[in-house]
Design a binder for this molecule. Sequence first.
Ligand SMILES: [Ca+2]
Ligand SMILES: [Ca+2]
Length: 221
Amino acid sequence: MNRPWTCLAAASLAIATLFPPARPAAAAPLYDWGRADVRTYEDPAGDTRHGRGPYIACLDIVSARHAFDGTYHYFRIDLAVEPSMGDIPEELKRQYYDARYGIYVNSGPDGARDTDRYVPQIPWIDLRENRIDAILDAKLGDWNHKFRYWNGTDFTGTTDLAFQRTGATLEWKVKADFGADFTWHAATMLPGQGPHKKTFDHAYGNQPPIPAPGAVRLPGR
Ligand SMILES: [Ca+2]
Ligand SMILES: [Ca+2]
């Protein structure tokens, strides 16, 4: 009597014991970053500071990576700690809500100089020659993320972009034609005009030529 149900209940209990409810799994990475084709720029930890401002660990880049699978470009930034508004000093929270994690691409002779509000200022990069044509970024305050390209006078947004953050790792995936010999760097910054713009940290290196068959050509190029 009721034996089947008893057996079923016992079996259910056994299954529940063997396979307890899993914690939400971490999202799969957007790319297999262990592959040999991944380019990595290392950057020291502990170097994020703007002027006399405080050190802010969640704006501290420790590495940046790029890969290309023939169709999509993948970028990744790793930070010293998991990014959070809680890491921002109380008196700076309102201002730093707009702080950005960005990838800055130079893919042609045109582009924006570092006088543009969205382009970070990096002392040893000559942005008279190395003008920025595209930006992939994400905002600390609300994680609004964008892929934007330079249209000659401004950066124009598009939504053709995937973004993911897992702990202290940020990843972007975008279908775009950056040409065969583009360069890129990663930076954390607060956009603004003149002295209101702050560049906190960056990771930079030279990018060897990468073919881009089949990728969508950027408008305006
Ligand atoms: Ca750093
Ligand atoms: Ca350019």
